[in-house]
Write a protein that binds this ligand. Structure first.
Ligand code: PHE
Ligand code: ZN
Length: 881
């Protein structure tokens, strides 16, 4: 179906279902190409629905084999069945049962939605609307049912059979080579949380006792031979379960909790009740095949999916417009968990980097949408950084605004009041309005209004009056469908930094700001701080207290002072980022002269050198963040129009190289001091040391390529872990020449047979900022390590290339053409992966006219392709609108 024909689904059109399904009994007989599904539904009219309505069950590419009502086969005139649905024209106006038989072909399911096979393992993915690819159903999250599932399969092919809930029985099927398992999930759930897994899998397991005394069997299932790589995921699971008990008072509620890793998966992972299914990239880890970053993301995603058990499963979404109800909140929860497990300031910095690079860029382009969208054509295109990451920021702001205490009571109230329901954002916010006694109706605008607010700040110091006056003003740029914007509620955490640190905050009324929090909720605000004994530096948006852009014109000298004296680590980091950003924006603008960059480079070099001398070993993870400049794409977004990626990249390269040169004398001593002794350990302190060491390696590669190349070779050959060896490869990619090619080849040799490691190898090459990269990527598509059929491979190589600012945005348009062609080809097999890839075009409108024209042409080529999926045509049309 073309998007133009696809209906626009609107939030305001929500109506409760006319029918409810109390119980579902599934009997699924697994077969690679002919899987039989028998579904027994106990239906009844919904008191809140229409009584004279027909019964319309959703389907997607289904074939009906048999149908009966209350056990009696139905006459063909009583219903209409097709691939996309099953309608009972005149269902009884009382409770009744339907028995539906369908047959599906898991092996042919390349969309990876519904039931499919991944490397000989049967698995399912039902969010958002994949269950209708298994059987006809009321596939909407507000229809919640109790599931009993019988799975049957050939013993040899699928010795392991898993579904949601608790295992009730297992046994042989007499007279055959088959066996079965019976699962029962007592918690009513929407169909999108259904899952099954069947296959030959190894596992690791551990017993767990919840705080309220329930014995739970935890297990992580992986492909045969990979059990040695499942330990970190299991360990993370135990830690996040304890944490949720302690911090949110949430206990687990079944006797088993299973995690399964599969190698073909469209997303990161899925929170199916009691049976989380993961992209294996977010489960498998050992020092040789996973980086520190992988260990951290596994920990975070295991936690994320586990936390969904309460925020998502026990309390689910009334409709898909409420997606942020579970996703924003659950991202917030996993961020908090990681902050407690690791370094809170460093985690915040990393999260803000992600927010800016993914969400701010989405908000600034044609795909911008509110945290709670009002309309969609394809819901799968709304699993976005805005719903997830900005959604988490909204929760974070809420906590800052009402305080920790009221936030906690609000969460408790939400868990108590909404447990077992399919809820809305309104119901969620009502809990916090109640717990805090505040009117949150203005705050709720965060869910409705798209775009990144800008805060313009300026200050005046009056020495005679010892008064510092701070003026704040806000505005939000127009976004698609929202030309006019209202002021947002912006919690601005702040401090005044003096020579000896923070100055006391006193205002005339002391009505606000005494606690370092100012709420900017109108167009502008002016605050006078009294008794200010010296000209202060305003430290605004401490901890990044609101997802906004801050425009504050501090001198380079003030920013450098802020970097050394601010008590807020986030703003210390931000101060140097601001210096770099400003210089790069100036040098990267069309027609800019890069002369000014030299002075800034010298200043930054001196500051960083002093910082490394004094502080580097105290907190290496923080130091690594300080050394890392804003990415070229961040600078492009700051410039915002007529962007020339080559100019930005050149400026970025020049600044990095100059900083590297300034640090060169200190480099080898510091790298030595940072070396971790003994065998690899994944803890955040060791990871921090490696991060800083490897940040320095990258700078060395730029500032002294010959020595840098030798360092990379040496680190690759002697490194005992993937973090260091991959960092060596990445640094080497900055140095063109024979040695680079040799290391690339060595790497492939060393990790042959390790697809997840080779993904990183593919990506490192796709990111090389040189014109030959496009040809290299084309060649790599023919490498045995690549496959268009596996989402991880596509994201690594093609997604990597699309993230390569200068090469995707080649002036000749060849980068756009290449990606567009792949989107079109991929759309035939996996529309979701194709449409995500097409999302790489989201910033095309800010480019200089030549590139903009080329990008538009490539998008047009996609949009005009016949028989596009709804996923891809929706993105193409919105991008071009
Ligand atoms: N709900 C999953 C998560 O965020 C993401 C997901 C969405 C996975 C849709 C698959 C399909 O945890
Ligand atoms: Zn989630």
């Amino acid at each position: 179906m073309r998007t133009d024909d696809a209906p626009l689904i609107r939030l305001e059109d929500y109506r409760p279902s006319d029918w409810l399904i109390d119980t579902v009994d599934l009997d699924i007989s697994l077969h690679p190409t002919q899987t039989r599904v028998r579904s027994l539904l106990a239906l009844r009219p919904n008191p809140a629905g229409q009584t004279d309505a027909p019964l319309v069950l959703d389907g997607d590419e289904l074939a009906l084999k048999a149908l009966s009502l209350d056990g009696e086969p139905l006459d063909a005139s009583a219903y209409a069945a097709g691939p996309q649905g099953l309608t009972l024209h005149a269902p009884p106006r009382r409770g009744f049962t339907l028995t539906i038989e369908t047959e599906i072909d898991p092996a042919a399911n390349t969309k990876l939605m519904g039931l499919y096979r991944s490397s000989r393992v049967y698995c399912t993915q039902c969010e958002a609307d994949g269950f209708r690819r298994i059987t006809y159903f009321l596939d909407r999250p507000d229809v919640m049912s109790v599931y009993t599932v019988r799975l049957e399969a050939a013993k040899a092919e699928a010795p392991v059979l898993l579904s949601n809930g608790n295992l009730v029985a297992t046994g042989e099927v007499p007279g055959s080579d088959r066996h079965f398992a019976l699962w029962h999930d007592p918690h009513p759930k929407p169909a999108y949380l259904f899952a099954l897994v069947g296959g030959a899998l190894d596992h690791v397991r551990q017993d767990y006792v919840t705080a309220d005394g329930r014995k739970v069997e935890l297990a992580v299932y992986v492909e045969p031979g990979k059990a040695g790589r499942a330990g970190w995921a299991l360990d993370s699971l135990v830690r996040c379960m304890r944490w949720d008990e302690k911090v949110f008072g949430r206990n687990y509620d079944l006797d088993v909790f299973n995690v399964v890793a599969v190698s073909d998966f469209n997303m990161g992972a899925m929170e199916n009740k009691g049976l989380n299914i993961f992209n294996d990239k977010y489960v498998l880890a050992d020092p040789q095949t996973a980086t520190d970053g992988d260990y951290a993301s596994i920990e975070a995603i295991i936690a994320h999916e586990y936390f969904h058990n309460w925020t998502g499963n026990r309390i689910t979404c009334r409709d898909w417009f409420q997606l942020c109800l579970k996703e924003g909140l659950t991202v917030f929860r996993d961020q908090e968990f990681s902050s407690d497990e690791r370094s809170r300031p460093v985690k915040r910095i990393a999260d803000v980097r992600t927010l800016r690079s993914t969400q701010f860029s989405e908000d600034a382009g044609p795909l911008a949408h509110p945290v709670r969208p009002r309309a969609y054509k394809e819901i799968n295109n709304f699993y976005t950084p805005t719903v997830y990451e900005k959604g988490a920021e909204v929760i974070r702001m809420l906590k800052v605004l009402i305080g920790d205490d009221a936030f906690k009571r609000g969460m408790d109230l939400y868990f108590e009041r909404c447990d077992g329901t399919a809820a809305t954002i309104e119901e969620f916010l009502a809990c916090f309005a109640e717990s805090s006694g505040r009117d949150l109706s203005h705050f709720a605008r965060w869910y409705e209004q798209a775009g990144t607010p800008a805060i313009v700040a300026s200050g005046r110091y009056d020495a005679a009056e010892q008064r510092y006056t701070l003026d704040l003003a806000q505005s939000t740029p127009p976004t698609p469908g929202q030309a006019e914007k209202e002021p947002m509620v912006l919690p601005v955490r702040l401090g005044l930094v003096g020579t000896e640190g923070d100055l006391p905050l006193r205002t005339q009324s002391n009505a606000y700001a005494g606690d370092g929090l100012v709420v900017l909720d109108g167009p502008s605000l002016s605050i006078a701080f009294e008794g200010v004994t010296e000209p202060p530096i305003p430290s605004l948006l401490r901890g990044f207290s609101a997802p906004a852009r801050l425009e504050l014109d501090l001198s380079e000298a003030d920013l450098l002072r802020q970097f050394t004296r601010d008590s807020d680590s986030f703003n210390r980091w931000q101060a140097l980022q601001s210096i770099a950003t400003r210089a790069l924006v100036a040098a990267g603008r069309p027609g800019a002269d890069s002369g000014a960059l030299g002075a800034t480079a010298a200043e930054l070099g001196r500051a960083l050198d002093g910082f490394l001398a004094a502080d580097a070993l105290a907190d290496p993870a923080f130091a690594a963040q300080v050394l890392r400049l804003p990415a070229p794409a961040d600078i492009a977004r700051e410039i915002g129009k007529a962007v020339d990626p080559d100019a930005i990249f050149a400026a970025h390269r020049a600044l990095s190289t100059a900083i590297g040169s300034a640090l060169l004398p200190r480099l080898s001593g510091l790298r030595q001091a940072l070396e971790t002794k003994g065998p690899y350990r994944a803890d955040s302190a060791s990871a921090g040391r490696r991060a800083l060491r490897n940040e320095l390696l990258g700078l060395a590669a730029l500032a002294a390529p010959a020595d840098g190349a030798a360092l990379c070779e040496q680190q690759f050959e002697t490194g005992d872990n993937l973090t260091d060896r991959l960092a060596a490869l990445a640094a080497m990619t900055l140095i063109p020449g024979e040695r680079r090619e040799r290391l690339i080849a060595r790497f492939a040799e060393a990790y042959a047979g390790e697809p997840l490691v080779l993904d990183k190898w593919l990506m490192a090459q796709a990111l090389i900022a040189e014109p030959a990269t496009l040809e290299r990527v084309r060649e790599l598509m023919r490498h045995p390590a690549f496959s268009l059929g596996n989402p991880n491979r596509v994201r690594a190589l093609i997604g990597g290339f699309a993230a390569n600012l200068t090469q995707f945005n080649r002036a000749d348009g060849a980068g756009y053409g290449f990606v567009a062609d792949i989107v079109i080809a991929l759309d035939r097999t996996n529309p979701q992966v194709a449409s995500r890839l097409l999302g790489s075009f989201k910033s095309w409108r800010m480019l200089e006219p030549g590139r903009r024209r080329q990008a538009q042409e490539a998008l047009g080529l996609v949009a005009r392709t016949p028989n596009l999926s709804r996923d891809v045509s929706d993105i193409a049309e919105r991008a071009l609108a």
